[in-house]
Design a protein around this ligand. Structure first.
Ligand code: COI
Length: 338
């Protein structure tokens, strides 16, 4: 194993000991194997390459205060991957197989789980692809399910750093009745163009409005939108085309525990200016506070100081992390020991 400087890990790929790989043929999954080489020999006509039959998930394993290794809410990811598989006409991975796969790969790569106290975690990336050859447009007849892992660092070393977000009126993330509500790899490919453009303009994240009318807030390119109102309500958009985020679900529960009213409803663009706190939320970062949102010539500043993270988001962030590292009791049984 290479020497890892745990303190300087970012969110970038690194080879680990192995990944686990299963193949589905003739209606069933094989026993799976641990593969050391980070390469994959594939048919040149594989359906994932030509027709985008590819789905993925993201979750994290933590080395906890008591030394145990725990994964956060893996069943939710298993269910979501099954929904994506159904929507893309792919072979489904059962919850049992999913859990077994992540357990196998995490145990085999145990030395890559960052030590407790470094703020790092082991990012777990399940990937499901149509690997069978397919030249007519139809579902593949062979699928491959891979789970790979990468150690990642604390996203925010010096505390939660707010970022600026940009709304484009000439790009949409997902069609109203399309595949925005599942974790199809193609959703990420189609967001890259606007994302690179926004970055060049100095905006690390883009916020999308509903594709039909551009009236309501939907989500950031790769994470859900959450807002905290001045009278302490937790607001997050209801939409048929946003990805059901496990982190958002978690935050909703914790916000309700903290006494906030949780509202899942349409969020008109005009309401942004009234919010006290705004964030993007997802597995990779938990929450990314947003202190400014621009749409054309309109610039909306969020919150009081503009420079830090609001108190409600800060508390939510600390609570999630506390549960993940085993410092706060896991009242809901979210952590899964491997
Ligand atoms: C997450 O926040 O976990 C995401 O979905 C981004 C990921 C694709 C890196």
């Amino acid at each position: 194993m290479q020497n890892i400087d745990w303190g300087s890990l970012g969110f970038k790929y690194m080879d680990t000991r192995c990944h686990v790989r299963y193949v589905w043929r003739d209606g069933k999954w094989d026993q799976g194997e641990m593969v050391e080489e980070p390469f994959f020999k594939m048919h040149i006509a594989a359906a994932c390459l030509h027709y985008g039959q590819a789905a993925f998930e993201g979750l994290k394993a933590f080395r906890c205060k008591d030394g145990s290794l725990r994964v956060f809410r893996p069943r939710e990811n298993a269910r979501r991957m099954a929904l994506t598989a159904r929507r893309l006409c792919m072979a489904e991975v059962s919850e049992d197989l999913f859990l077994d796969a992540i357990k196998r790969v995490i145990r085999a790569n145990e030395e890559y789980v960052p030590p407790y106290g470094t703020g790092g975690s082991l990012y777990v990336r399940p990937l499901l692809i149509g690997s069978g050859e397919q030249i007519g447009v139809a579902p593949a007849r062979e699928y491959t399910f891979i789970v790979l892992v990468v150690p990642v660092g604390a996203y925010y070393k010096g505390g939660l750093q707010p970022v600026k977000a940009l709304i484009y009126d000439d790009f949409d993330r997902a069609a109203p009745l399309g595949v925005g509500n599942v974790k199809a790899a193609g959703n990420y490919a189609s967001s890259l163009y606007a994302h690179e453009k926004a970055k060049k303009e100095g905006y690390p994240v883009e916020l999308y409005l509903d594709a039909r009318e551009h009236k309501y807030v939907e989500e950031f390119a790769t994470s859900n939108f959450i807002g905290i109102t001045r009278d302490n309500r937790y607001v997050t958009p209801a939409s048929r085309s946003i990805l059901p985020s496990v982190t958002n679900e978690t935050l909703k529960t914790l916000a309700a525990d903290m006494g906030l009213k949780v509202e899942v409803r349409q969020v008109p663009f005009e309401e942004l200016a009234e919010l006290a706190e705004v964030a993007a939320c997802g597995t990779a970062v938990v929450v990314t506070p947003v202190n400014e949102i621009r749409r054309g010539e309109t610039v909306i500043r969020i919150g009081e100081s503009g420079s830090g993270c609001g108190p409600v988001l800060q508390k939510l962030y600390e609570t999630v992390q506390g549960i993940q590292y085993g410092e706060i009791p896991d009242r809901y049984g979210w952590c899964y020991e491997v």
